[in-house]
Design a protein around this ligand. Structure first.
Ligand SMILES: *[C@@H]1O[C@H](CO)[C@@H](O)[C@H](O)[C@H]1NC(C)=O
Ligand SMILES: *[C@@H]1O[C@H](CO)[C@@H](O)[C@H](O)[C@H]1NC(C)=O
Ligand SMILES: *[C@@H]1O[C@H](CO)[C@@H](O)[C@H](O)[C@H]1NC(C)=O
Ligand SMILES: *[C@@H]1O[C@H](CO)[C@@H](O)[C@H](O)[C@H]1NC(C)=O
Ligand SMILES: *[C@@H]1O[C@H](CO)[C@@H](O)[C@H](O)[C@H]1NC(C)=O
Ligand SMILES: *[C@@H]1O[C@H](CO)[C@@H](O)[C@H](O)[C@H]1NC(C)=O
Length: 282
């Protein structure tokens, strides 16, 4: 377990170090979106935790598949995107119904207790069987609020539009004012909605940012997800993964940090970890 985690961390660090922006390795992709949600403050300000079971892909006509937190224009995000997911593994349950939501979490630093503008809410969507990645079929669901492209106010900063797919158990009960199709865009409280309706776990999610004009305030800073923000492999883990590749002093204690390692052996250990995972990142 720890061994695998160290390998994933090593692979992530290697990918980031190589400035590789995309990978089709699902598990690494899930770790990356988790890092992005923390880095952008979505966790913990909007979601207390984010531990998705699948990787979400969001595709806009004319843009293609977006990357986590990608900055896009109102025009680019005007059409309804295609949503697809790739489960982390075969144990992830994909039958039954799901609820798809897009909520405006505002700029970094927003007090989420005031609620979020609901830009998209579709109940009873299903996950297609047979596409790769698996298409999320919104046409089969109940479009409580049809997709409404982001339109943040001028100067209000870079808003984070969070797209989430929740498991929707049979016991799901919508509130009376969000139970039929065609409710216009309005403010709701995402967490209250999830709690009161009995929605299940977050299956997958991602976000994008849209900004109009120049912020009339100094937004809270948020660094992009770079090497230094991704998990760094523990000396003990990488040593055991590549016995003989390097023997930094004190590695047996498991306490020494990676800082004491020479760059070259560390890089080769990271590569070994990545290859052990079967990643293709060139
Ligand atoms: C994902 O990686 C596999 C090899 O590991 C490759 O065959 C496939 O084409 C890749 N898919 C995409 C979409 O890059
Ligand atoms: C499958 O993936 C989920 C989500 O990442 C994880 O919680 C679970 O432990 C995995 N199961 C197996 C058998 O790998
Ligand atoms: C899956 O979604 C993509 C992108 O939205 C779309 O082009 C494709 O036709 C869909 N495939 C099926 C089988 O619905
Ligand atoms: C997908 O379809 C195949 C063939 O109809 C079926 O055997 C399989 O159980 C389905 N998988 C899911 C996850 O529904
Ligand atoms: C899925 O949603 C449809 C439409 O609301 C409903 O008829 C069906 O019972 C739901 N299925 C499950 C398993 O909840
Ligand atoms: C729905 O009703 C709740 C109170 O039950 C209220 O807080 C919420 O603002 C209403 N939502 C909409 C979209 O009207």
């Amino acid at each position: 377990m720890k061994f695998t985690a160290a390998l994933v961390s090593a692979a992530l660090a290697t990918l980031a170090a190589a400035q590789t922006s995309t990978t089709n390795n699902t598990q690494v992709g899930i770790e990356a979106i988790e890092a992005h949600f923390s880095q952008s403050g979505i966790v913990p300000s909007l979601l207390t935790t984010f531990d998705p079971l699948a990787l979400m892909s969001v595709t806009f006509d004319g843009v293609g598949e977006i990357s986590p937190g990608q900055s896009l224009t109102q025009t680019q995000v005007a059409p309804t995107p295609g949503i697809a997911i790739t489960p982390a593994n075969s144990t992830v349950q994909l039958s039954g119904n799901f609820t798809l939501v897009m909520a405006d979490a505002g700029p970094v630093g927003t007090d989420e207790s005031a609620g979020q503008t609901r830009h998209w809410l579709v109940n009873s969507v299903t996950v297609a069987n047979g596409t790769d990645p698996l298409n999320v079929s919104t046409s089969s669901g109940v479009a409580i609020t049809k997709y409404a492209g982001p339109a943040p106010a001028q100067g209000s900063g870079a808003h984070r539009y969070v797209i989430l797919l929740f498991a929707q158990p049979e016991s799901f009960t919508p509130p009376s004012n969000l139970s039929t199709a065609g409710v216009p865009v309005s403010v709701f409280n995402l967490n209250d909605y999830v709690q009161s309706t009995g929605l299940g776990a977050i299956v997958a999610g991602t976000y994008m940012t849209v900004e109009e004009g120049t912020a009339s305030f100094t937004p809270s800073s948020t660094a992009p997800v770079v090497t230094s923000t991704l998990p760094v492999p523990k000396t003990s883990g990488t040593s055991s993964a590549t016995s003989g590749a390097a023997s930094p002093s004190g590695s047996s204690s498991g306490q020494s940090s990676g800082a004491g390692l020479n760059t070259a052996p560390l890089a080769s250990m990271l590569l070994a970890g990545a290859f052990a995972l079967g990643l293709v990142f060139f």
